[in-house]
Design a protein around this ligand. Structure first.
Ligand SMILES: NC(=O)c1ccc[n+]([C@@H]2O[C@H](COP(=O)([O-])OP(=O)(O)OC[C@H]3O[C@@H](n4cnc5c(N)ncnc54)[C@H](O)[C@@H]3O)[C@@H](O)[C@H]2O)c1
Length: 434
């Protein structure tokens, strides 16, 4: 039977959960403190760029199964299941900031007018769900509820696809009653035989961190190998491709680049190290990954400076600002390091990104934003490819050469064909190509 659900927080995760769960036939109210977001969503407009999301948004709004509201109290009272999907950003010491979660927990406790299942979708450190349970028991003694941990694994840019066809769904739970409710919430996924992992709260919480820490490690591993390949005259693309042929390794996440960014890997690796510290368990491997990734980001600036010479008085075209393609998300993007590095040393920037310029401009209003990649290249001394947008893969190098003043390319994602770039008169530098 379909469920009445509220999803608190309508950001990248909460919005996808809202449209996805309503598409599964549930009645959903998405709640946010951001009035503008709620107004846009009720008008069928997505506040974020995520391919395909508006189609699901409109379809489910029209069906009447999906609504959005800022009235958190009433929405909780009317729901049987409450999903928490608010942000858990890093504090200065790397620990996850649970203040948004805590504020939602207080609202839930205040409005616990009947049995409810409280589902944590936000990425939270081990022990948080048990802490939520304790807090609600303190604020609303004697009330009936269950707590479930249901971490999210979606990838921005492929979020709808990932929500409807996940590799697995993880549910940490303690009571059979909550298990039955979650089974109904995800009935549609059960029907298409998605593997369900039913486990303890702590196991579910740690599965999420272990997965992200592993992926961050894999990226960092190939980045360091790329740096070595570059120095000894080997080709990382052939190395990565061949490594990936080994079934034990798999070719995924073996693409060298400017260092991982985004809203998850940097903060989740820091949080896992903090959790290790808290419980006195050695997490030195993950600490090393964090440090190596920071160095990789800085290495890109150093590489650029080496081929450009001094940045002073030079114009650099930065192509790509989002932390990866198919998103407008700029949280912890490697573009920050590159832009900052150029500006600090007196360079000028022409920037382009198909989706992320508005977000980037809020942080760097002083650089010039361009309507197209070619506008950005006009008069530039060098170009740096930072995000792997498809349109940059097929960049018209003949046209680029005519528009640019200089002839330098730093391709931090190995998108272009080095031989073709050189044929067109460029000095080309990729990552891991000796
Ligand atoms: N973005 C991803 O790719 C991704 C993937 C998996 C897991 N996660 C995790 O999911 C969580 C959410 O991430 P996100 O990227 O969607 O964050 P986000 O910043 O895009 O969205 C969070 C939303 O919560 C809202 N909010 C904050 N406090 C609120 C409150 N008290 N009541 C109602 N709404 C409130 C904010 O206004 C915002 O719209 C994080 O823990 C993150 O680690 C994110």
């Amino acid at each position: 039977m379909s469920k009445k659900i509220c999803v608190i927080g309508t950001g990248y995760v909460g919005l996808i959960a809202s449209v996805g769960l309503s598409d599964f036939g549930n009645e959903i109210i998405g709640v946010d403190i951001d009035k503008k977001k709620i107004e846009m969503l009720n008008n069928g407009i997505s506040p974020i760029y995520e391919p395909g999301v508006e189609r699901y948004l409109k379809r489910n709004l029209e069906s009447g199964r999906l609504q959005f509201s800022t009235d958190i109290d009433k929405t909780i009272q009317d729901s049987e299941v409450v999903f928490i999907a608010v942000g858990t950003p890093p504090k200065d010491n790397g620990e996850a900031d649970l203040s948004f979660v805590e504020s939602v927990v207080k609202s839930i406790a205040k409005n616990l007018n009947s049995y409810k299942v409280i589902v944590t979708k936000s990425t939270v450190p081990v022990g948080t769900n048990r802490w939520i349970k304790k807090k609600i028991n303190e604020f609303a003694p004697g009330k009936e509820f269950d707590v479930v941990s249901n971490p999210e694994f979606l990838r921005e840019g492929k979020a709808t696809q990932d929500f409807f066809h996940p590799d697995r769904t993880v549910i940490g739970y303690e009571s059979e009653r909550a298990k039955e409710v979650m089974f109904e919430v995800y009935r549609a996924l059960n029907l298409i035989t998605v593997p369900f992992v039913w486990c303890s709260l702590e196991t579910a919480e740690l599965i999420k961190y272990a997965s992200n820490a592993f992926l961050a490690t894999k990226i960092t591993f190939i980045n360091q190998m790329a740096n070595l390949a570059e120095t000894v005259g080997a080709d990382i693309n052939t190395i990565a491709k061949t490594m990936g042929m080994d079934g034990r390794i798999s070719p995924k996440f073996l693409h060298p680049g400017p260092g991982y960014g985004g809203s998850c890997f940097p903060k989740d690796t820091m949080a896992v190290v903090q959790t290790g510290d808290k419980f006195g368990v050695d997490m030195s491997l993950i600490s090393a990954v964090i440090e190596a990734n920071d160095r990789q980001k800085d290495r890109m600036v150093a590489k650029l400076e080496k081929i450009v010479g001094s940045f002073k008085g030079k114009t650099i075209a930065v192509l790509g600002l989002a932390f990866k393609a198919e998103t407008d998300d700029i949280r912890d993007t490697p573009a920050f390091n590159i832009v900052e590095g150029i500006l600090q040393k007196g360079g000028k920037i022409h920037a382009h990104d198909p989706q992320a310029m508005d977000n980037f401009e809020k942080i760097y209003p002083q650089i010039q934003y361009c309507h197209s990649e070619f506008d950005a290249l006009k008069g530039a001394d060098a170009m740096v490819l930072v995000t792997e947008w498809n349109e940059y893969r097929n960049l018209n190098l003949r046209k680029a050469k005519e528009l640019m003043k200089g002839s330098i390319i730093l391709d931090t994602r190995n998108l272009l064909d080095p031989e073709l770039a050189e044929e067109r008169g460029f000095t080309y530098e990729g990552v891991g190509k000796g």
